[in-house]
Design a protein around this ligand. Sequence first.
Ligand code: CA
Length: 229
Amino acid sequence: MQGTSRSRPADPFRLLLVEDDRELVELLSDALEGEGYAVDVALDGHRGLHLALTRPYDVVVIDRGLPALDGLELLVRLRSRSVRARALMLTALGTVHDRIDGLDAGADDYLVKPFDLDELSARLRALCRRALELVDVLRIGAGHLDLGQREVVLPDGARVPLTAREFALLRVLAADPGKVHTRASLRRTVFQDAPSPSIVDTYVYYLRSKIDRSVVHTVHGLGYRLGAL
Ligand code: CA
């Protein structure tokens, strides 16, 4: 949707597993970590909801039958809050109706228990490929920039709305973390060569006051790069 591509040098895919069967959780998280995923686990629907709303995941794997909040309801709530992570629904039920319910709720794929680990791996690889095509957040350390809402999501889940210019500046920095941008290049690309020579510094100041001092890092003598939250 956005023209930016996520830079992912050796970045693992981030996967959230929401499943209440502890034995299965142990098996799956070991296997998936072995395949290089960074795995977080939630043992009930409420915890899953909290994690998925506050951290950026590439893929969520959700068991349909969950305590506290049913898997379908969890997925509906995530979609209603614009969480776009690819979702794979697990279920012990295999009827056509259950499958349709899951897809209606916003699942991208569906797997019936008991399933083969290789089958799960293959489905997840396919979903991760698709997740890369859909960049809707850019990470800022432990927080992220929500491109759809134009808000910064802090590590504790709090959201900070940005003005159009603040968003444009932070988006350029976050799209290329690690890269040092000169004031001149930012003034040109973000502010269309606005006459004021200090406009970049002014907006960096706004971002820092609004979000946190650490969100933008000054590289002395050169310019700015993305910081961390
Ligand atoms: Ca269950």
